[in-house]
Write a protein that binds this ligand. Structure first.
Ligand code: UTP
Length: 475
């Protein structure tokens, strides 16, 4: 039952902030619907939303470029001198020790809308492996099982979903028997949402009793880890480090001892992996040292003259692209939340389904609404220390963003095959090739067979000869 006084108060607030249209259908709602809408609206901070409306909806506040921008220091993929070699060895050993002591958790952000892929269902259920058609969730589950075997240690798995796909994700895990993993070690939790706006600053309704909203971005994971109890669960298990990655990159090294070890050795709070950019304007975030802090500046925000700037040897000055792979200390997430976490908002103009003033459902064909979100990499400058480890793109970055074209299902599959071929070649296996040098075969290596290139060397005799055009599953 809605208190009349409370309802009047809400009406006043909505009027003050020009959002009375949220109650336009109030008299048409039954009492359950009224309660539903009232509860949603009561949870919103309209004063805050009004500031965002001004800064990001009615005006597109330009990105404030830091005063001093320099390239960020980084560790090369392989040590470059003897001192570094010793440090990398030490880091790798430390990383392995931390993994085998259960100090590292795997964390996938999977709450996105996946609009570009256009798949009906959570992206994690998308079949991607080139021979067996295993889904993204299935692949990561097999990797975790293989890591368990390798390190004789448990690595709990945290998965962030959103209201858009939470129930479906739970159902998929249940229907697949948690992919053979122990359910107790999988923690699936939801991120928050933010209301959607029309271009003219009205908060949209997706139905007469529902505020239109979308997930609050992968940056929302830092808050959601805390609010959902996932962080408390990590602490209870003795987990100190979170290996963060995205659902759409099946090549990621889920637990990389070198990366974890460097992060821990250097006392970092949040660290990143980076790849060398394919060109000055590649659409990835740029690692920079901004006013002395490791920062990612989006490709659209980095001035062209800086993006194009070259070193005397011809290489790009800002040559490190962000690939959304991080090690985050549990204590850092806790500190941020206790201090009152607030990441900057980013605006995106999107096709947002909503209802019009008559209550008719509208499915826009062109982007016409505003979605606000936060990005995980905006937490980097908040870290007291942050390191970057370069990695090789072909080894570790194949994002499945689009149905076709670049960063698509096809390119991901090709990269999975190409990496498998590289690993086999390193073990002396002959790979049939097409005229353009790409493998003339389809190969998939089971994580239980090899998690890294090095795992293959010892198993050379178990690999069958590969014929041109053949499809081979190596397990
Ligand atoms: P993307 O930036 O690729 O967004 O997310 P998306 O929503 O998945 O796809 P599009 O843009 O609609 O096509 C990168 C990663 O961050 C996660 C995604 O699930 C993906 O793993 N993500 C994104 C979240 O978990 N929550 C969000 O709110 C946004």
């Amino acid at each position: 039952m809605i208190d009349r006084v409370e309802l009047e108060k809400l009406k006043k607030v909505l009027k003050k902030y020009g959002q009375s249209s949220l109650l336009a259908f109030w008299d048409r709602l039954n009492s359950a619907q009224q309660q539903r809408l009232f509860d949603q609206l009561s949870r919103l901070d309209f004063a805050q939303l009004d500031r965002w409306r001004n800064d990001f909806v009615l005006n597109n506040t330009p990105f404030k470029l830091p005063v001093n921008i320099a390239p960020a220091p980084s560790y090369a993929p392989k040590p470059e001198n003897e001192t570094q070699r010793l440090k990398y060895d030490q880091a790798r050993q430390l990383g392995e020790k931390l993994i085998s002591r259960g100090k590292v958790a795997a964390f996938i952000v999977a709450g996105g809308q996946g609009t570009r892929l256009g798949f009906d269902g959570p992206k994690g259920d998308f079949p991607i492996s080139p021979v067996k058609n295993k889904t993204l969730f299935g692949i990561f589950a097999e990797i975790l099982a293989a890591l368990f075997q390798k390190y004789n240690a448990l690595c709990p798995w945290y998965i962030m979903t959103s209201p858009l796909n939470h129930q479906q994700t739970l159902d998929i895990f249940s229907a697949n028997g948690y992919y053979g993993l122990d359910k107790q070690n999988i923690f699936i939790f939801q991120q928050g949402t933010l209301p959607n706006f029309s271009i003219d600053g009205k908060i949209l309704l997706s139905d007469i009793d529902t505020v239109a909203s979308s997930p609050d971005g992968h940056g929302g994971s830092l808050l959601a880890l805390y609010k959902s109890g996932a962080l408390a669960d990590m602490k209870k298990r003795g987990v100190e480090f979170i290996s963060y990655f995205q659902i759409d990159n099946p090549l990621v090294s889920v637990l990389d001892p070198l990366f974890i070890g460097l992060h821990a050795l250097d006392g970092a709070e949040m660290s990143s992996k980076a790849v060398t950019k394919t060109g000055p304007l590649e659409k990835v975030g740029n690692f920079c040292l901004a006013d002395g802090k490791v920062t990612v500046i989006e490709y659209s925000d980095l001035p062209c003259e800086l993006a194009q700037k070259r070193n005397p040897d011809g290489s790009l000055v800002f040559n490190l692209g962000s690939i959304a792979i991080h090690i985050i200390s549990v204590s850092f997430v806790e500190r941020l939340n206790k201090e009152g976490l607030s990441l900057p908002l980013h605006r995106a103009v999107k096709k947002i389904p909503h209802i019009d003033d008559q209550g008719n459902h509208v499915n826009p064909t062109t982007p016409s609404g505003i979605k606000l979100e936060t990005f995980i990499f905006d937490a980097l400058p908040l870290a007291k220390k942050s390191i970057i480890l370069q990695t090789i793109r072909s080894e570790e970055f194949a994002p499945t963003k689009n149905a076709a074209g670049s960063d698509s299902v096809e390119t991901t599959k090709q990269m999975m095959i190409a990496r498998a071929a590289d690993w086999l070649v390193s073990a002396g296996v002959k790979i049939p090739r097409k005229a353009d040098g790409t493998p003339d075969c389809v190969i998939e290596i089971a994580p239980s067979f090899a998690l890294t290139k090095d795992d293959i060397a010892a198993k050379q005799d178990k690999i069958p000869p590969i014929k041109p055009g053949q499809s081979v599953f190596i397990a």
